[in-house]
Design a protein around this ligand. Structure first.
Ligand code: NDP
Length: 329
């Protein structure tokens, strides 16, 4: 039995409270593999869970953290042994299973990816679920045949975690990236990640009753939903695709069938949570090799457990810029 520190979110009559508490590895749920967590990161879902909001965590008190990387302490699975470095994202981690905002997690072996050569534990969590999801978006666009010669690719919510990594990955793959952002002061940041051009979020935000708009983008990565996604779909070139993964603005969007039947456009759904572990592992492998980003530090703030509450506030204020890495001391 080992004691450790964990972020602890509790429901109260008027909402929530949070603290850093001491826990014991005996408190963790049964699982094949006990891991000493080196790093986690702060994602949109962690913000919901940390504030006891609906949609992620059913039972409180709870330790959020949908991402973790660290070292195996003990394992009942022959696939992992003491000292192995591993990544755990998605499945139930941090949702109803105590997550990476604690210094230890215990999980099924089937949730784990061995840390691939070429990626450090730290880099894996700078990417975290958000970066991993950005990679899934790029991979699915590629599978649809998207190529740099097709024309510009728009990324919405571009300064966010998913958006920042999507901008960087698409630029690395040779695409001309148009970053859509609500933050006028982040043009230089987005260009440092590889954006060719930055447009204001308001350009895409207006509700528009027309079923189609002038063709502007070859493809897109949408992290926000709502009117912005509606307008992206209506603005895709013939045969264009948009990978959709998020709902920061709204889970709803409006379209008619016209862009689909007159321009042959495609909507590609992205889920990082229940993606089978073999596909997760393959995707991590690409992030460690041909998709390895050398500008991760440009998009990273590093905090410890004490910094999580402020990071959560930043998410809800829409002021996120890049990724927030959590490092356990
Ligand atoms: P962040 O909080 O890091 O970034 C969201 C970005 O959205 C902000 O930085 C901002 O960028 C933009 N934004 C904020 N408020 C609004 C608004 N009201 N209208 C339009 N845009 C807004 O979130 P993530 O990047 O981590 O996640 C993005 C979305 O993707 C979330 O909905 C998340 O739940 C989802 N997600 C889904 C996954 C999946 O498996 N499908 C996995 C990971 C995330 P800017 O100012 O530049 O416009």
């Amino acid at each position: 039995m080992t004691t450790f520190k964990a972020f602890w979110a509790e429901k109260t009559e008027d909402g929530y409270t949070h603290s850093i508490v001491e826990r014991s590895t005996d408190d963790l749920p049964e699982g094949d593999v006990l891991i000493k967590v080196a790093h986690s990161s702060v994602n949109y879902k962690d913000a919901l869970s940390a504030r006891c909001l609906p949609g992620v965590t059913r039972n409180y008190p709870h330790t959020p953290g949908i991402d973790a990387s660290g070292q195996v302490v003990s394992s009942m699975s022959s696939d992992f042994k003491e000292g192995d470095e591993v990544i755990c994202i998605g499945f139930d981690l941090g949702m109803n299973t105590p997550g990476g905002f604690g210094e230890y997690i215990q999980v099924p072996a089937g949730w784990l990816t061995p840390l691939p050569d070429g990626l450090s534990l730290r880099e894996s969590m700078v990417l975290g679920t958000a970066g991993f999801t950005a990679a899934l978006c790029v991979e699915k666009l590629e599978r649809m045949g998207a190529a740099p010669d097709d024309g510009p690719v728009v990324v919405t919510g571009a300064t966010g975690g998913v958006g920042s990594v999507a901008v960087a990955l698409l630029a690395k793959a040779g695409f001309e990236v148009i970053a859509s952002s609500g933050k006028a002061d982040k043009v230089d940041y987005l260009k440092s990640l590889g954006a060719a051009n930055v447009i204001g979020r308001n350009e895409l935000q207006e509700e528009n009753a027309r079923p189609m708009l002038a063709t502007t983008y070859a493809h897109g990565v949408d992290t926000v939903g709502g009117n912005i996604l509606s307008n992206v779909v209506k603005s895709l070139n013939y045969g264009g695709s948009v990978a959709i993964c998020g709902l920061v603005a709204s889970p709803a969007f409006q379209t008619t069938v016209l862009p689909f039947i007159l321009r042959g456009v495609n909507i590609l759904g992205i889920d990082s949570v229940e993606l089978p572990i073999e596909e997760k592992t393959a995707n991590w492998g690409r992030l460690a090799s041909d998709w390895k980003l050398d500008n991760l530090d440009n998009m990273t703030q590093e905090i410890d457990l004490e910094g999580i509450s402020t990071a959560v506030d930043t998410i809800f204020s829409g002021n996120v810029s890049g990724r927030t890495l959590v490092t356990h001391n």
